[in-house]
Design a protein around this ligand. Structure first.
Ligand code: ZN
Length: 367
């Protein structure tokens, strides 16, 4: 990635994360493809055959969204989601299937952890674009923001996830899309390329990450309009996202995030809690720093959910009761201290926990 591209990513991402924190808003299967599954290009637009599995655009929102792209978007409805997309039918069905499975896991996890879950309001919407121009235009029109630095995001303003998929196909389309794909690597790290092409197009880690954001706001762990610290929003998403083996859910280890975290810790690069808990967005211009910040979000959330689960639950409830709007970093820090105790003690406990991870990793590395 060139320096210019990194700068663009940084600038926009800072704004984007702030936006995310502040935005407010209140079958009959289709004909089988003649191509083998691993040769199907999921972004070849094909008019889906009508059938009971296809959403009949039950809402005005769904109807208008299906017409916003230069390539018509076809809805695929499952029990809790509508996936509007310009791919082949099989792709919409597979995404919806993954979303339903992950939704079941998310709900069970938060109930087990003692959180109340409010009912989902309606089907949650995912809008999946075939062309980068359409994706960018959508972002500008619906979220008043330039999202050309990424190829997918959850918006608390619209309550939708918008995607540009897949990175593998998108890169072939031009320079601007390469920037987008690179930005995702910055957040998630390189993706393992071990699956057949058809499966690989469904980036489970990325999809489950964005889904976790959407479900956190819709099940009531977070409230749209309230500003959240970076570590909490991204900690929730990174602790739920799928790992390299496609397993997802809270409470699991996340090998890439853990390795990134421990590498930063053992090299003395982690951001001290005093500063980290006051951040409401990424502050770095580099891919490596962004990846490290995500890993620190993962670790801090995991540490608190293991060592201070009751305080973490109360902290989420306290933030949810706040009014919409901006809060300064000093206020975020004060809220953290009120919930978890003096920052110096937390820093010490956090480092003890990290030391435990280092020891465990060394033990596991021994033959
Ligand atoms: Zn995220």
């Amino acid at each position: 990635m060139s320096a210019t591209r990194i700068a663009t990513f940084s600038l926009i991402s800072l704004f984007a994360l702030r936006f995310c924190a502040l935005a407010q808003g209140p079958a009959t299967p289709p004909p089988a493809s003649t191509q083998p599954a691993d040769q199907v290009n999921p972004w070849v637009a094909a008019a889906p055959a009508p059938g009971p599995e296809l959403c009949q655009c039950e809402s005005a929102e769904c109807t208008s969204l299906s017409q916003i792209s230069s390539v018509a978007l076809h809805p695929f409805a499952s029990e809790h989601f509508v996936v509007l997309h310009a791919a082949q039918d099989t792709w919409g069905r597979r995404v919806a299937g993954l979303l339903e499975k992950a939704n079941t896991e998310f709900y069970a996890s938060i109930r087990k952890a003692g959180y109340d879950a409010q009912p989902l309001p309606n089907r949650l919407i995912w809008v999946c674009f075939r062309g980068m121009d359409d994706f960018e235009q959508y972002s500008r029109q619906n979220d008043q923001i330039d999202m050309s630095w990424t190829d997918g995001y959850y918006s608390a303003r619209t309550n939708r996830v918008a995607l540009m998929l897949p990175a593998g196909a998108a890169v072939r389309q031009g320079d601007g899309v390469e920037v987008a794909a690179a930005a995702r690597v910055a957040q998630f790290g390189p993706q393992p390329d071990t699956r057949p092409a058809g499966e690989d197009r469904l980036d489970q880690r990325w999809i489950t990450h964005e889904l976790a954001h959407q479900l956190s706001f819709n099940y009531g762990l977070q409230k749209r309009g309230v500003m959240y610290p970076l570590w909490l929003s991204e900690g929730l998403a990174t602790n739920f996202e799928a790992d390299n083996q496609g397993r997802f859910g809270f409470g699991r280890d996340n090998t890439p995030r853990r390795r990134s975290l421990l590498s930063a810790y053992t090299h003395g690069r982690l951001t001290p809690l005093r500063r980290f808990v006051a951040m409401d967005r990424l502050e770095s211009s580099g891919e490596a720093q962004a990846r490290q910040d995500y890993a620190e979000c993962w670790g801090l959330y995991r540490f608190l959910s293991q060592q201070r689960p009751d305080q973490l639950r109360q902290y989420l409830l306290t933030l949810k009761a706040l009014d919409s709007g901006n809060r300064e970093g000093a206020v975020l820090r004060r809220e953290f201290v009120e919930a978890f105790g003096p920052i110096e003690q937390m820093q010490s406990d956090w480092e003890d926990w990290l030391d435990g991870l280092v020891v465990a990793a060394a033990k596991n590395a021994k033959p």
